[in-house]
Write a protein that binds this ligand. Structure first.
Ligand code: NAG
Length: 154
């Protein structure tokens, strides 16, 4: 993926996930873009592989912990609720927001909860992120994206 394509994806995600409720959500659009970039190169092909689905590589357990958001009012009990949400650009981002709302914490102990913490929680999980080192290549992809996105901050 080229740098321009990456930025396009970040902007795309920002469009899909902005809205009235965006103010109350813990993760910024830029941060969502970099998590998705790091974990899947933001591959929005609607597909599952092994036990993960979609651009954020969400597992069933992650989706369940996130509050089971669904697409267009589908029942949370439906067999397809998880995969339909996880492969959907908007719903998968909502799932990340829900997961982070529940598990947000200062993993690296720098005194604040920021995107570095969310990136760690997304990859390592809500338990045991304290002092965790990001596995590669996830960590490197995350840092590269953060550098690119950082250049466009106001
Ligand atoms: C996205 O994922 C699909 C399914 O795994 C794969 O076929 C495709 O090559 C990927 N696209 C990119 C740009 O990596």
């Amino acid at each position: 993926m080229t740098t321009y394509a990456r930025i396009a994806v970040v902007v795309l995600l920002a469009c899909f996930t902005s809205g009235a409720i965006a103010q109350d959500l813990p993760v910024t659009q830029q941060c969502l873009g970099c998590i998705c970039e790091a974990i899947s190169s933001c591959n929005t092909t609607r597909t599952c592989s092994g036990d993960v689905c979609g651009p954020f590589r969400i597992t069933w357990a992650y989706w369940a912990d996130s509050g089971k958001p669904t697409v267009r009012g589908e029942s949370t009990e439906s067999n397809s609720a998880y995969s339909n949400c996880a492969v959907d650009t908007y719903c998968s981002a909502l799932s990340v927001q829900g997961y982070m709302s529940k598990f947000q914490q200062d993993c690296d102990g720098n005194g604040r909860i920021d995107c570095d913490d969310f990136a760690t929680i997304h990859k390592i999980g809500g338990y045991g992120c304290k002092g965790a080192i990001l596995p590669e290549p996830y960590g490197e992809r995350y840092r590269q994206c953060k550098n690119i996105v950082g250049q466009y901050k106001p």
